[in-house]
Design a protein around this ligand. Structure first.
Ligand code: MN
Length: 705
């Protein structure tokens, strides 16, 4: 293990002005916290955080990231707490350590490709600060480098996870070296035979062809010298996993040099890059279709380089990348280049991408056909910030829009689960169904036999899937409600004439009225398609004239003498609409429109229901209705709307602005009308007006009892 002084020296190398004391303090604190803990290998546990920090110095990262690395397992594995870390090291570092802890706690159990994709999105979405991911990746890299001391089964699981999630994530962040190393370390665990066979082929090739890398590098150098170009040439064999993947993809034998070795020419300026390209193409023949100019068209993670493949004198192909030192830095560090230091200052690499901008580019499609990263090619990413990712108890990732609730989660799994949902546990705790879910939470839905969707659920859910499932269930439910309601209305009508309501009587009525069955008869009465009186009348024509006497000064029929009548404020029923009365002891009767949701509250109290109907004839325009209007914010529009309503002989008794946007107003107008057809006239006239974007009857749930 490196010493504290070694680590400080590594940091001072690139950042002489680092906060040495704070780094030392973090070291001492971490060492104290992990005191006595051991790794699987038997080494002291603290060697791990130190190694992670040292890895991050290779990327020349800032003090906060290094200190986070030293502390990254303290909150999780020791008695240290978030508040203690915040107190000693400040809020920024506490946040970072907390972020790494959260990522560590994710249950990344699923290995399906789709899930892996979601998890990668989750990781990014969860990390408000990408440095959290940098630490997590370094953590994983060190764990993979030391994976040999783990149980075989655990090794395979970690390797799978690394291959599916962390390696592509590193690639996505532009850290190609890390991606390659993570892949190769996983490959070694997952398919040692394949890897060994490739390594053996290397040895054979070396024996047959000699030191290919050295020979080709020397050739390139000679050519550059001849043209007095100052540049460094590097050659390397690709990692066994990249070779193996290429062989799999293209079904090629292990023969193509260009798939085995890669060469890089690194110089000082962009102009030099193009000059070098010219020189290389002059000397060797360019392979058609293999030239890519990522300098003029950089990748979204900031990657810039010229790529070309040329064939040498023996006809063997060689892949060459040409770039400047600054471009190279970004190619190696990717998004991390943003935090990197040089000579004590944030290195102002003009090619480093701003992490915030980088995240926003993830929303764009990737149409770069040459991008070998299948992850980039095939996946159209959606905006992460609009989404949350939660886990089912089995560890499946469920992707939901932000604002989603456990009910959305339930419907996302299955309509049956949604319909039967009675409560939910989030991270093991019971929560109300309207709780907004957050990234990384695990959600357990508790269902019960006989549970039905509630109409209030519509306002709780945000996903279209849940909304339409609930609406459908409510519609089915409505039929039952109509049947029950119809039966109640029929009972009242039969009672009023002193007859007994029997299934037999209803069966006869259904036949006489040409209705298929009793349930349908009841439903039609409940839905006001058929009046209960009519049913009574077909059975007992003599009672048809014995309608109850009504006081003509009252607008409705069906009230007992001296009973107060009021229109319900929630649904504001109008003459012409089917109404139902609900009695209040001492307060008279409140009339609701037949489809008012508030009626559900009285389902269990049939004795309070009163069959009401409006008196036939022309009513005065005294029935207030709230209209919800959205109108464009142009001069004179409001006046025009008001006079339009006046022209239709309706009064506006109140006008209230709900929302004022620069281009639109939303307002509530209280309009006094004669009845339902009057309302339709007014609404049709308003709808015809071009400045009116929307007009609807206001259904204010706040007014419901
Ligand atoms: Mn760790």
């Amino acid at each position: 293990m490196i010493t504290q002084d070694d680590l400080i020296a590594l940091v001072r190398n690139y950042n002489p002005r680092c906060d040495e004391n704070l780094i030392r303090e973090a070291w001492d604190y971490g060492a104290r916290m992990h005191e006595g803990q051991l790794r699987h290998s038997g080494e002291p546990y603290f060697t791990h955080p130190v190694a992670v920090a040292a890895l991050l110095t290779e990327m020349r990262l800032d003090d906060a990231t290094l200190i986070t690395a030293l502390l990254h397992d303290t909150i999780e594995d020791t008695k240290s707490t978030y508040s203690e870390v915040a107190r000693i090291f400040g809020a920024e570092i506490a946040e970072l350590v907390d972020g790494v802890t959260k990522l560590t706690n994710l249950q990344l159990t699923s290995s399906e490709a789709k899930q892996a994709e979601n998890i990668r999105k989750l990781l990014i979405a969860m990390s408000r600060d990408l440095r959290v991911i940098l630490v997590k990746l370094a953590d994983r890299l060190h764990n993979m480098r030391t994976i040999r001391s783990m149980r075989a089964e655990k090794q395979a699981q970690k390797a799978r996870e690394t291959m599916d999630i962390y390696a592509p994530l590193a690639g996505r962040m532009g850290m190609q070296w890390m991606r390659e190393e993570l892949e190769d370390l996983s490959f070694r665990v997952l398919n040692p035979e394949a890897r060994n066979s490739i390594l053996r082929r290397f040895i054979t090739l070396q024996r047959e062809a000699g030191d290919v890398v050295h020979r080709i590098s020397a050739d390139i150098r000679t050519e550059l010298d001849r043209n007095t170009i100052d540049a460094d040439v590097y050659g390397r064999a690709k990692k066994p996993y990249s070779i193996w993947r290429k062989m799999q993809e293209k079904d090629l034998a292990f023969s193509r040099l260009s798939d085995i070795y890669g060469f890089r020419i690194i110089t000082d300026s962009t102009e030099e890059c193009y000059r070098i390209l010219y020189v290389v193409h002059q000397r060797w023949r360019a392979v058609p279709g293999r030239f890519k100019d990522y300098i003029s068209q950089p990748k979204s993670n900031g990657y810039r380089s010229l790529h070309t493949t040329v064939s040498g004198r023996d006809g063997k192909r060689v892949e060459i990348q040409i770039r400047t030192r600054e471009m190279h830095e970004v190619a190696e560090a990717g998004v991390a280049a943003h935090w990197a230091y040089r000579d004590g200052k944030r290195s102002e690499n003009p090619f480093a991408v701003d992490p915030v901008k980088w995240i926003s580019t993830l929303t764009e499609g990737f149409d770069n056909a040459d991008d070998h990263d299948a992850f980039l090619e095939h996946v159209k990413l959606e905006m992460y910030s609009d989404q949350v990712f939660c886990f089912s108890p089995k560890g499946d990732v469920i992707q939901l829009p932000r604002g989603a609730t456990p009910l959305d989660f339930a419907y996302a799994i299955h309509t049956r689960i949604g319909d039967g949902c009675v409560s939910a546990k989030v991270d093991g705790l019971r929560v109300p169904l309207w709780t907004r879910l957050r990234n990384g939470q695990s959600v357990e839905i508790i269902t019960a036999e006989g549970q039905r969707p509630q109409s209030s659920w519509i306002d709780i859910v945000v996903t279209g899937r849940a909304k339409s499932a609930i609406r459908k269930a409510l519609r089915d439910e409505d039929r039952e409600r109509f049947v029950r309601l119809g039966n109640e209305l029929l009972r009242l009508a039969f009672d009023a004439t002193g007859r007994e309501l029997s299934p037999k009587a209803l069966g006869t009525a259904a036949k006489l009225l040409n209705i298929p069955d009793i349930a349908e008869l009841r439903a039609r009465v409940g839905a006001a398609e058929l009046s209960a009186r009519k049913v009574v009348a077909v059975l007992y024509p003599e009672t048809a004239h014995a309608a109850p006497e009504v006081d003509s000064s009252k607008p409705v029929v069906g009230l007992e003498a001296d009973t107060d009548f009021r229109r319900a404020p929630c649904c504001q029923p109008l003459p012409g609409e089917r109404i139902i009365g609900i009695t209040y002891r001492g307060k008279g009767v409140v009339a609701h429109s037949m489809d008012c949701e508030a009626l559900a509250n009285y389902d269990e109290q049939p004795e309070r229901w009163v069959d009401l109907r409006w008196v036939e004839g022309t009513h005065p325009a005294v029935y207030g209705v709230s209209l919800d209007l959205t109108i464009s914010n142009d001069a004179g529009v409001l006046g025009r709307v008001c006079s339009l309503i006046g022209e239709h002989k309706a009064n506006i008794s109140d006008l209230r602005f709900v929302d004022r946007k620069p281009d639109f107003y939303r307002l509530l107008a209280e309009v006094e009308l004669r009845g339902i057809s009057h309302l339709h006239q007014v609404m049709t006239a308003l709808e015809a007006e071009t400045a009116v974007a929307r007009v609807a009857r206001s259904q204010d749930p706040a007014l419901r009892p």
